[in-house]
Design a protein around this ligand. Structure first.
Ligand SMILES: Cc1cc2nc3c(=O)[nH]c(=O)nc-3n(C[C@H](O)[C@H](O)[C@H](O)COP(=O)(O)OP(=O)(O)OC[C@H]3O[C@@H](n4cnc5c(N)ncnc54)[C@H](O)[C@@H]3O)c2cc1C
Length: 372
């Protein structure tokens, strides 16, 4: 059985960014396993989906590209594009793996994680067992849609199950959920010439905060404004969907908490998010969960229940801070790597950031009070 100091699980931006940080620790034996391809979640995005956070090659004057996973690369520079598709972003991650010769094994799903009396981890994978002193869990959330958000939610098509909006050929659809993915579904359906009924709890595009995580991003707001002028969009506010059921004639009945209801001929589109903890649910017993269903972590992003197990990515929360976007969760990579180097008495000097390399906003405090 191969033994490593550190094993990362998941080759999305969190896992690849973390691997690039670990590579700066000389003599560290680390590896990364991925169940699909590099950037698998991004390769599964609907064909028409684009990044909402703009990419810009601002690195030379001290502001890292918002979607970069290390200090010097830039998705904008790589793709010559401001709003990358999922496919192009996955290609950017793949480029980093090749250029930096990262030790990534693809097609290797982790099936089970166990701890030993010697305080090590043994991971059962599709390609045989592996052992490691430390495990960094980076399995994201996109591949773990919440299909039980309300009774009958599984009658709907979840945003994460859509390959392309071109497959939606009926004259009209109902979209449930008014945040980023609901608006993205709406905009793309309207582009295909469809009528859309959008059911939302509240308007995430009302100016509630200056924080782009609380309200709809400018990119989506701009696209929604255009969609609203198309004459193809009906937005219904204050809707808390409680049930979807299929009628004898094959149509769908959508019911809300305040007794309003809507009939729809075709499967409603569900844009209400992912399971609590996302991919961390795969090893649920190794985390402590709070009453709100969030994972409890130490200040160093280590499991409060299983020492040696770390979490990176959009599920990381520290008090009011939610690290749900790439430009947020990348701020934790160096801190975790520093701590691991310290534990193993290895040299961490290369992890000290060059002054200003992440720009003036390269600190954790900027995430305070963010909701995603
Ligand atoms: C439509 C959409 C638009 C978005 N736009 C933006 C944006 O503009 N800017 C931004 O910052 N964020 C954006 N996000 C959020 C961003 O995509 C996520 O925060 C990011 O993908 C999380 O990265 P990750 O590496 O944690 O997860 P993922 O990219 O999901 O990577 C996790 C990896 O783990 C693998 N995996 C899972 N389980 C196992 C297992 N058991 N064994 C081995 N491998 C496993 C998966 O195959 C996957 O490759 C957007 C999200 C969506 C859905």
């Amino acid at each position: 059985m191969q033994h490593l100091d550190v094993l990362i699980v998941g080759a999305g931006p969190a896992g690849i960014g973390m691997a690039l940080a670990l590579q700066k620790i000389p003599d560290l034996k680390f590896g990364l396993v991925e169940r699909g391809r590099i950037g698998e979640s991004f390769r599964r995005w609907p064909l028409e989906t684009r990044f909402i956070t703009p990419s810009f090659y601002s690195n030379p004057f001290g502001l890292a590209d918002l979607n970069a996973v290390n200090e010097h690369s830039s998705p904008a520079h790589f793709a010559a594009m401001e709003h990358l598709s999922g496919e192009l972003y996955a290609d950017y991650l793949n480029m980093l793996v090749q250029v930096h010769k990262l030790p990534v094994v693809t097609g290797c799903k982790v099936l089970e994680v166990n701890t030993t009396a010697a305080k090590e981890f043994v991971l059962e994978t599709e390609q045989g067992p592996l052992s490691a002193r430390y495990v960094i869990w980076a399995t994201g959330e996109y591949q773990f849609p919440d299909l039980q958000a309300f009774t009958g939610a599984d009658y709907c098509v979840h945003y994460a199950q859509v390959a392309t909006w071109k497959d939606f050929t009926a004259p009209r659809y109902t979209v449930i959920g008014g945040y980023e993915s609901g608006v993205d579904a709406t905009v793309n359906l309207i582009k295909q010439g469809r009528q859309v009924r959008l059911l939302v709890r509240k308007a995430s595009w009302d100016r509630q905060s200056d924080d782009p995580s609380v309200a709809l991003s400018p990119y989506s707001r701009e696209r929604l404004a255009q969609a609203m002028q198309s004459g193809q969009l009906e937005v219904i506010f204050g809707v808390d969907v409680t049930k979807v059921s299929q009628q004898d004639d094959g149509s769908f009945l959508i019911e809300a908490a305040d007794d309003r209801n809507w009939q729809e001929q075709h499967q409603p589109i569900l844009a209400t998010g992912f399971v609590n903890g996302g991919g961390a649910q795969q090893i649920a017993r190794l985390w402590e969960w709070d009453e709100a269903g969030k994972i409890m972590l130490t200040e160093a992003d280590e499991s409060t229940l299983t020492p040696g197990l770390f979490l990176v990515g959009p599920q990381v929360r520290q008090e009011d801070r939610i690290y749900c976007f790439i430009y947020k969760f990348r701020q934790r990579f160096a801190m975790i790597a520093q701590n691991l180097a310290l534990c193993m008495a290895l040299d961490s000097s290369q992890l000290d950031p060059e002054p200003g390399v992440w720009g003036p906003f390269g600190n954790s405090e900027c995430c305070e009070g963010c909701e995603c």
